[in-house]
Design a protein around this ligand. Structure first.
Ligand SMILES: Nc1ncnc2c1ncn2[C@@H]1O[C@H](COP(=O)(O)OP(=O)(O)OP(=O)(O)O)[C@@H](O)[C@H]1O
Length: 234
C-alpha cells in the first residue's frame, strides 16, 4: 500500500504574521495532488512545514498515519519524504554527480546509491554527470533537483513550483516523469503550482489557496470552472 500524506489544520507564523491559517490538505496514495494559488498565498510555507524546515504552531502532519511532530528534515527524509524546494537550490560549483550525492546525507552508508530511475527519467543528467550544476539550464537544474530528491527513494514527493521559469519542452519531460513516478512506482505526489494547464493535465485532485487558507478542493476538472479560473488568473 502506497504512503499517504495528511496535513491537518496547521498554522505557521513568520514573527507575528500568520502565513498558514488552519490549513488541511490530503495527498492520496499513488496520486498527484496540486495546490494552486497566486504569489504569496502560502504555498511554499505549506511545503516548508511538511518538509520540517519551518516549524508549525498548531495542527498535525501525518505520513501514513504517524504524526511527524517536531521531526527534523533528515528524519522526515528517512521516513520517506522527498522535497524539491522552490528555486531548486542546486550547488552551482559542485558537479551534477556531487549535487546528486548531497541527497545521500540522511541515508546510511549502505543505502547510498543513485537509483537507476533518476537517469531513466532524466537521461541528460547522465550525460552531464561531470559538469557543474551552475552550467546547467534552469530546466536541467530542475531535473537535477528532482533527481536529488529521488536519491532517498521517497514514497512521498513534494515539489515547489516545478515549472517555474522553465521552457515548455522540459516542462513536458517533468510532467512525464511525475506521471511515471505515480503510475509505475506508486509514489504519492504533492506539488504547489501557478501553472494551471500543467495541473489540469497531471493532477488527480486540486486545492486552491488564498491568503494562507484553503478556499476550495476538488477534482482537477474543477480548474475548468470559470469561478476557479478567474480566481487563479487575476
Ligand atoms: N521568511 C519569511 N519571513 C517573513 N515572511 C515570509 C517569509 N517567507 C514568506 N513570508 C510571507 O508569507 C506569505 C506566504 O509566502 P509563501 O512564500 O509561502 O507564498 P507562496 O504562495 O509560495 O508565494 P510564491 O509563489 O511567491 O513563492 C507571504 O506574505 C510572504 O511574504
Amino acid at each position: 500500500m502506497a504512503t499517504a500524506l495528511a496535513v491537518e489544520g496547521i498554522d505557521l507564523y513568520y514573527g507575528a504574521a500568520r502565513a498558514l491559517k488552519s490549513v488541511s490538505v490530503e495527498a492520496k496514495p499513488a496520486a498527484i495532488t496540486a495546490v494552486l494559488g497566486r504569489n504569496g498565498v502560502g504555498k511554499s510555507s505549506l511545503l516548508r512545514a511538511i518538509a520540517g524546515v519551518h516549524p508549525i504552531s498548531g495542527g498535525n502532519i501525518r505520513l501514513d498515519g504517524a504524526a511527524l511532530d517536531k521531526s527534523p528534515p533528515y528524519r522526515r527524509a528517512r521516513l520517506g519524504l522527498g522535497y524539491v524546494p522552490q528555486g531548486r537550490e542546486i550547488f552551482p560549483l559542485l558537479t551534477v554527480r556531487e549535487n546528486l550525492q548531497t541527497g545521500f546525507a540522511p541515508l546510511k552508508p549502505s543505502e547510498r546509491s543513485i537509483p537507476d530511475a533518476v537517469f531513466t527519467l532524466f537521461p541528460v543528467l547522465k550525460e552531464m554527470l561531470s559538469r557543474r550544476g551552475g552550467d546547467l539550464s534552469g530546466g536541467q537544474q530542475q531535473q537535477l533537483a528532482i533527481g536529488r530528491a529521488l536519491v532517498t527513494r521517497p514514497s512521498v514527493l513534494i515539489l515547489d513550483e516545478p515549472t517555474e521559469g522553465i521552457q515548455p519542452s522540459i516542462i513536458k519531460d517533468i510532467g512525464r516523469a511525475l506521471q511515471f513516478l505515480r503510475d509505475e512506482l506508486d509514489m504519492t505526489i504533492l506539488l504547489v503550482e501557478q501553472y494551471l494547464d500543467f495541473c489540469r493535465e497531471l493532477a488527480d485532485s486540486i486545492y486552491v489557496m488564498d491568503r494562507g487558507e484553503i478556499l476550495h478542493s476538488g477534482p482537477a476538472s474543477d480548474l475548468d470552472k470559470p469561478e476557479i479560473k478567474r480566481h487563479l488568473m487575476v
